[in-house]
Design a protein around this ligand. Structure first.
Ligand code: ZN
Length: 321
């Protein structure tokens, strides 16, 4: 593999996005990744540039989210608010949750802009890919959907005509799928645990986009217990599907909750799934979009799995064997 200088969003302000020690989306989940990443950095500091996390502006949020929803989140995290959850009970409200969620979006946007300016071709943010948030609501630990905001930003301000979104998180990326279901500019490929057996209960193979976007989305549900063999077979189909389109950027949501032992899901991948996905997309990106990939962490609730899977992704993006 060719060596490649990449950017990685890294810092406590970004890692502060979470819901406390007793919630699955906590600070400890990324501790093994942090340690392994620092070790990788000590050996390959020439290839990895750290990017300071940054809050986005409200005008950026409303490129995707409704102003009413942004206002609701802001009020819910203000002192004196008695809102306990931003949704039906998965995503708690707490002081600072607005700013922390803005930092996730801002960091994703910063990396996107960096790619668009040609500073690097590839970047990773470990806290990002919050794919369950809808334009007007929170869901599944996701307050603001950084993917949605980044794609709207890219179409509006960067001149990108089309983006390939690839999601290997164990959960279906419903916030990206449904909010762009009729948008032909978003080429969508998502492999995940069957919605009949896991949150959010969507992402069936007959869901292929609507209207002008029909045929530009591909959902592949896998049964509980599916491992690397099933993943690789599905991912190869996904690559063939993506080859049929033109796009300016690949966004990879590389949730690590599909690895065996995750406390929230029933898939049984190993880190080889992430290695294979990131390497295949790096290759595809050379062919299709001048090597441009923005990778975002997504879910993953077993710290060792999160560390293992994301180190594979970072290494693949930077061309480290
Ligand atoms: Zn997930």
């Amino acid at each position: 593999m060719t060596r490649e200088r990449i950017q990685v969003g890294f810092g406590e302000r970004l890692f502060s996005y979470g819901f406390g020690a007793y919630h699955p989306f906590n600070r400890v989940r990324i501790s093994v990744f942090e340690a392994k990443f620092n070790e990788l950095l000590s050996r390959h500091g020439d290839l990895i540039e750290l990017v300071e996390p940054e809050e986005c502006r409200e005008e950026e949020l409303t490129l995707f989210h409704t102003p009413e929803y942004v206002k609701f989140v802001k009020a819910a995290c203000s002192p004196g608010s008695n809102v306990r959850y931003l949704d039906y009970g998965d995503t708690p409200a707490y002081p600072n949750c607005f700013r922390n969620a803005c930092t996730v979006v801002g960091t994703t946007l910063k990396l996107l802009k960096s790619i668009a300016q040609g500073r690097v071709r590839r970047a990773f943010s470990p806290i990002g890919g919050l794919h369950h948030a809808m334009r007007n609501s929170a869901g599944g630990f996701c307050i603001f959907n950084d993917v949605g905001v980044a794609m709207e930003y890219a179409f509006r301000f960067l001149g990108y005509r089309s983006i390939a979104y690839v999601d290997i998180d164990a959960h279906h990326g419903d916030g990206v799928y449904y909010e762009f279901e009729e948008d032909p500019r978003v080429i969508f490929f998502d492999v995940h645990q069957d919605g009949r057996t896991l949150y959010p209960g969507t992402g069936f193979d007959y869901e292929r986009g609507k209207g002008e976007a029909f045929g530009r989305k591909m959902n592949v549900p896998l049964p509980p217990g599916a491992g690397d063999r099933e993943f690789l077979r599905s991912f190869e189909r996904g690559i063939e599907f993506l080859k049929g389109f033109e796009f300016d950027l690949i966004v990879l949501q590389c949730g690590a909750d599909g690895l065996a032992g995750d406390p929230l899901t029933d898939l049984r991948y190993s880190k080889e799934a992430h290695r294979f996905a990131a390497r295949s997309l790096a290759e595809l990106s050379e062919e299709k979009c001048r090597g441009r990939i923005l990778a975002l962490g997504g879910g993953g609730y077993d710290p060792q799995n999160v560390g293992d899977a994301w180190i594979e992704v970072v290494s693949a993006l930077a061309g480290i064997e």
